[in-house]
Write a protein that binds this ligand. Sequence first.
Ligand SMILES: NC(=O)C1=CN([C@@H]2O[C@H](COP(=O)(O)OP(=O)(O)OC[C@H]3O[C@@H](n4cnc5c(N)ncnc54)[C@H](O)[C@@H]3O)[C@@H](O)[C@H]2O)C=CC1
Ligand SMILES: O=C(CO)COP(=O)(O)O
Length: 353
Amino acid sequence: MSQSTHIAVLGGGSFGTVIANMVAEKGLPVRFWMRDAARADQINAERCNPRYVPDYPLAESLEATADLQYALQGAEVVFISIPSHAFRSVLRQAVEWLNPEQILVSTTKGIEMESFSLMSEIITAEVPGARIGVLSGPNLAKEIAKRQLTATVIASQDEALRTRIQQLLHSPYFRVYASTDTYGVELGGTLKNIYAIAAGMSAALGMGENTKSMLMTRSLAEMSRFAVSMGANPMTFLGLAGVGDLIVTCMSPLSRNYRVGYALGEGKTLDEAVSALGEVAEGVNTLRQVRDKAAEMDIYMPLVSGLYEVVFTGAPVSEVARNMMVNVQSSDVEFVLPRHECAVTGTQKTEVQ
Ligand SMILES: NC(=O)C1=CN([C@@H]2O[C@H](COP(=O)(O)OP(=O)(O)OC[C@H]3O[C@@H](n4cnc5c(N)ncnc54)[C@H](O)[C@@H]3O)[C@@H](O)[C@H]2O)C=CC1
Ligand SMILES: O=C(CO)COP(=O)(O)O
């Protein structure tokens, strides 16, 4: 095995910063890669990443760099926190300095456009034989930076990998639970971003707590229905990477996806909402991708369809919400009462005043 001298983190945004610093706080050498050399110099000089996580002092053993070869060569573990739209292109630049013994962990919660690939699938395709893990859970970077008590999930088929990541990241304020359902964990983190947009919108429109609870719970039903159709284990959605991440992202104004939804609810256009954010909101692209995939595979996803109409075709939220409320009623938990066995279909649109 090559010298296990350091840990590498790719992606100089909010999440890359907190992952890199959590490891560096343990005194381990961390090479934190970003494409912008001036920003790397600034981080090394100021010991802080002011653009993404202000007021978060960085540990001494963290070194920012724009030299990808320097970051990767000899790294024992490589965390990849690059937004989904750039994930494959960065991996293609990285591949010549990777080796099959290194551990590659994606923290990215998105779907690649065109291919509908999750990030672990991109790693499998671009780095054949790689040891792959996925890190996902209710992990708002800005709360981690404040050392708020937090838990996450490392998912991999590779037991040694799971154990190593648990050791590396575990701290008095950060716990790492394990899973073997890589696909389900990754899909949970990805899908919840869609519903966070809807939750932000409902908050901006002043909807009540009953409404928010209904929205989140039906989101969970829809996410798990989709995931099961794609081959994931529905039980994974009961965990941190499913319901856990759904709750935090649908409830917190720190979530960028929630903020996009809130801005839309205030009447901003999608372009205005996204550009005011200045950070990645994966849910916008994920909504488009999932809506198309659900149509292709004939998966019933009324929340995704309704949100798509609002976000991309400008349909009024009130009309879409009303249509959903008068739609046929169905089973609560379809793993208990399958939808097709649900005898009471309820009120049809025409019967409602
Ligand atoms: N911020 C958070 O609370 C969490 C974020 N995530 C996920 O982590 C991923 C990254 O998110 P954040 O760090 O929050 O995003 P961010 O918006 O804070 O930063 C994105 C970073 O990626 C860099 N980047 C963009 N295109 C690039 C390219 N072509 N080459 C190299 N670097 C490029 C940007 O320069 C920036 O440094 C997303 O998929 C997100 O869903 C996961 C858990 C929590
Ligand atoms: O994934 C996250 C929290 O777990 C971060 O969500 P946002 O990308 O919406 O900020």
